[in-house]
Design a protein around this ligand. Structure first.
Ligand code: F3S
Length: 395
């Protein structure tokens, strides 16, 4: 691999032992995937933040890197943590877990990472531009950045993202390269999609169908930001899809070639079958919205729906701290709380320890959450649109 003088210095340890070790990791990764050079990254997003996935060894590792002088050199955000960092007690997070999670957050802060724990960094102050190289970890954020923004990132693991943050570089391979961003299959959507849950169902179905390939969608040009984030998240979960194109909706769609590709039609039948396959429960103990983390628009629409009603069982909407602060200012949080719901920041239904909090059946409108909750959190899932879920929590 060709390295610049600055990169040779990193490898020789002239920029400290942590940088040296992290840069070696990046070079090894680049060698495995045939990269010929390193690319500077504009921003990083690090996953593996919840104490549930980090554990004590993970915290010690991070603390040690900070003690040895490790510091990030580009804007670096975190994926959701295991709790609302400020209001963990109010949502019933066990105290032992909260103490460990707080220690992990301090370890990240020690490395200079911004304590913005969200899977929608692009809605919360970390917005890359078209064609910019970044190193993000969380699969739905990777999908959104590549597909909707047209930035370029591979799906980084926690360690390779941390290494990119500390060194400011990532190896030039995979989705950083033009030739690897062409579609493999055309998906012609004939179903009329009514809400975010429909886009989640479409994503779940197509992810399984295309598995790791790059789909090119026709027929979803009306999709907005929230629908595209729901679609990408579900495809990333069911089929490890890190990039998709959508005709007249995503920026690279006019630039790629679709001639001669296999074409598959997805209609209402496939969407309805996906709902049936993902539903195991009847009455949710809790409904958790905001997977991926909710936009301010999604929070305001929930507040409108809950205005003046009383829920029998809770609804959370998960979001970033930035969106929660805005929701507080706008009075949306107060309206949601009056109904018996909560706006929960920094965490989500999958990385919070909900299985330890007495919940066994969770209602979601996200294809990704519906796919992950049974395995990660031992939950039965009710997968439906928001109106249906709110209705069930009132009975
Ligand atoms: Fe985000 Fe958690 Fe869903 S990380 S995409 S809210 S599973």
């Amino acid at each position: 691999m060709h390295l610049t003088k600055e990169q040779e210095n990193m490898l020789d340890g002239e920029q400290g032992e942590v940088t040296e070790r992290m840069f070696r990791l990046l070079v090894r990764l680049g060698d495995i995937y045939g990269a010929e050079k390193m690319l500077p990254v504009a921003s990083v997003q690090v996953s593996g933040v919840s104490y549930k996935s980090l554990g004590d060894p993970g915290i010690s590792f991070l603390e040690d890197q900070a003690k040895r002088g490790g510091r990030v050199r580009v804007l670096t955000y975190l994926n959701p943590a295991g709790m609302d960092i400020q209001d963990w007690e109010e949502i019933g997070i066990p105290e032992d877990f909260a103490k460990k999670q707080a220690q992990a957050i301090e370890a990240f802060r020690g490395l200079g990472i911004v304590i913005a724990a969200t899977c929608t960094p692009y809605l919360a102050g970390n917005l890359p531009r078209y064609r910019q190289h970044i190193a993000w970890s969380e699969s739905s954020a990777v999908s959104f950045a590549n597909s909707v923004i047209g930035a370029r990132t591979n799906r980084e693991g926690g360690p390779s993202a941390l290494a990119a943050a500390i060194c400011g570089f990532t190896p030039d391979y995979g989705l950083h390269r033009d030739e690897n961003r062409q579609p493999d299959i055309v998906i012609d959507v004939t179903a009329r999609l009514e809400n975010n849950a429909d886009y989640g169902a479409l994503g779940h179905h197509v992810g399984k169908l295309v598995e790791n390939r790059i789909p090119y969608f026709k027929g979803i040009e009306e999709a907005g930001t929230e629908q595209l984030k729901a679609l990408g998240a579900a495809m990333a979960a069911s089929g490890a899809v890190a990039l998709y194109h959508a005709e007249n909706a995503t920026p690279e769609s006019p630039l790629v070639k679709t001639g001669g590709l296999e074409e598959v039609t997805v209609g209402r039948k496939e969407i309805d079958e996906t709902y049936a396959a993902l539903n195991q429960g009847e009455t949710p103990d809790i409904v958790i919205l905001g997977c991926p983390h909710a936009s301010l628009g999604e929070i305001s629409r929930l507040a409108e729906k809950l205005d003046g009603i009383k829920l029998k069982r809770p609804i959370w909407i998960c979001t970033s701290r930035v969106m929660k602060d805005a929701a507080n200012l706008m009075g949306y949080t107060a309206t949601i709380e009056e109904a018996g719901g909560r706006v929960v920041a920094d965490t989500c239904c999958v990385v919070a320890p909900i299985e330890e909090m007495g919940y066994a059946t969770t209602g979601v409108n996200s294809g990704k959450a519906a796919a992950y909750l049974p395995g990660f959190c031992k939950q039965q899932v009710v997968f439906a649109d928001i109106d249906e879920l709110v209705g069930r929590q009132m009975k």
